[in-house]
Design a protein around this ligand. Structure first.
Ligand code: HEM
Length: 433
């Protein structure tokens, strides 16, 4: 009974993981077909389209799916309304292709048409998350990070709609590029960072059999970053560089506090060897620490670096952040969550009745390690290529990334095959997370 309930619960997050996996293939193909876009200004339509294919298609799909999976486990409750989650899934699936198309044509009216159902989906997600947290009665750092992350995501989407409307009717008294910066930082900093500063402290102990020895640096890390993030977006919008720099310092202080807590948590783990997915997750978290430092360099008084292509501007900054930081974090999550959910659905209901393999036995760690290393090796050529506008470096980086992603998707297919072709081993093995 409990096992089949778990199997049903796993379907919604797995659907989001598959959506993210599909977009990982599409977004990589978009980059591989025209790597030269990374030499353009970051505000060029083709770049904004590519950014949203990655951010909405891959990162937001996987992260929201992970929340549907992790929130009930971390809070010791059930998801408030699973049906709302399926509505969110449907709205997100139909709206992202239209949004990416509209961005590439810079057609803001069509963008509004497709972005509205996307925003509705995020609204349903936020309500579901808040109600789930409220019903759990928990007020710890993990509960706060889930609620705040949902709030930041909703805010990002609303500001995105306003930015699109402003491009159409020009009613805001700000330079559109500053609106873009505020919106981008609300999403990348507000949503993803807030989520990582809480949920990591449930996820990593769960997968490494460790414990959080002290919650104080977790809490202070979360709140320091929140204070920084609250002032960062308006400071970027109003071009108050001093306030933006102070905000970036606060965010950095918060990240260092979380990093310190994370290091102590990892030290308690009973599973000493880290598998490829966890290593990628850790490497991505480490690279994300660079984001406020690179951001501070861009804010430096009389800095020549701006929004145009070439030089150390916003484009190499975005490449470092998205390909070097968020991508390994997100694929690292996929490495853990896809086998776990596949196991729950394919074998969970069979536990105790027939021998079942462990979740770990569904993966091929060497293949996974190759896929992740190839993806990691793409960061340097893409970063330097975006900086120097060197086409061969951009092509090399895009090819390495495409090879890594192809291998990764192939490996995920091998794991998912257990859903329709479960393999019953000769002897029973205990399930591992
Ligand atoms: C309804 C949903 C969304 C809409 C309508 C939207 C709209 C926009 C628009 C219009 C721009 C360009 C602004 C301009 O040049 O004036 C933009 C840029 C950007 N958006 Fe969104 N957005 C949405 C969701 C998101 C989310 C959820 C994230 C991240 C979590 C995000 C991240 C970004 C980033 C990073 C940029 C900068 C892209 C670049 O410079 O190449 N967006 N968005």
């Amino acid at each position: 009974m409990a096992a089949s309930w778990l199997a049903t619960q796993g379907r919604l997050p797995l659907a989001f993981m598959l959506l993210g996996l599909g977009w990982l293939g599409v977004a990589t193909a978009m980059l591989a077909l025209s790597p030269g876009v990374l030499a353009l200004s970051h505000a060029a339509p083709a770049v904004v389209a590519l950014t949203h294919a990655w951010v909405l298609g891959v990162f937001v799909s996987v992260a929201t799916g992970a929340i549907y999976q992790i929130a009930p486990v971390a809070l010791g409750t059930t998801l408030w309304r699973e049906r709302l989650g399926w509505w969110h899934f449907a709205l997100q699936s139909i709206s992202i292709p239209g949004m990416v198309y509209a961005f590439s044509r810079w057609d803001m009216a069509t963008l509004g048409l497709f972005a509205s159902p996307f925003a509705l989906g995020i609204g349903l997600f936020a309500i579901n998350t808040w109600k789930t947290v409220r019903n759990s009665g928990r007020h710890d750092a993990v509960a706060w990070s889930l609620q705040l992350a949902a709030l930041w995501l909703l805010l990002t989407v609303v500001v995105g709609l306003v930015a699109a409307a402003n491009r159409l009717w020009t009613f805001l008294p700000f330079d559109p590029i500053t609106v873009l910066r505020a919106h981008a930082h609300l999403g990348l900093g507000g949503f993803f960072l807030t989520l990582l500063q809480g949920v990591t402290f449930r996820l990593v102990p769960m997968f490494t059999l460790g414990d959080v020895p002290d919650w104080r640096p977790v809490r202070s890390g979360l709140w320091l970053s929140q204070f920084g993030l609250i002032s960062l977006a308006p400071a970027l919008l109003l071009q108050w560089n001093l306030l933006a720099s102070a905000s970036a310092v606060l965010v950095l202080a918060g990240m260092l506090s979380s990093g310190h807590a994370f290091r102590r948590t990892l030290a308690t783990r009973k599973k000493r060897a880290l598998d490829p997915g966890l290593r990628a997750f850790l490497a991505g978290c480490g690279a994300l620490l660079l984001a406020p430092i690179l951001g501070l360099l861009l804010l430096w008084p009389a800095s020549p670096w701006g929004s145009g292509g070439g030089g150390f501007g916003a484009m190499p900054y975005a490449v470092a952040l998205l390909v070097g930081g968020l991508l390994p974090v997100i694929v690292g999550m996929l490495c853990k969550v896809i086998p776990f959910l596949t196991w729950m659905i394919a074998y969970g209901p069979k536990v105790g009745r027939v021998p079942t393999p462990s979740a770990g036995a569904l993966t091929a760690p060497r293949l996974e390690a190759w896929a992740l290393s190839l993806q990691g090796s793409a960061v340097v050529p893409l970063f330097i290529g975006a900086w120097t506008q060197e086409p061969w470096l951009l092509s090399l980086g895009a090819c390495l990334l495409a090879a890594g992603v192809m291998l990764f998707v192939y490996h995920a297919g091998l794991v998912l095959r257990h859903l329709w072709a479960p393999r019953i081993p000769a002897s029973a093995a205990p399930p591992s997370p």
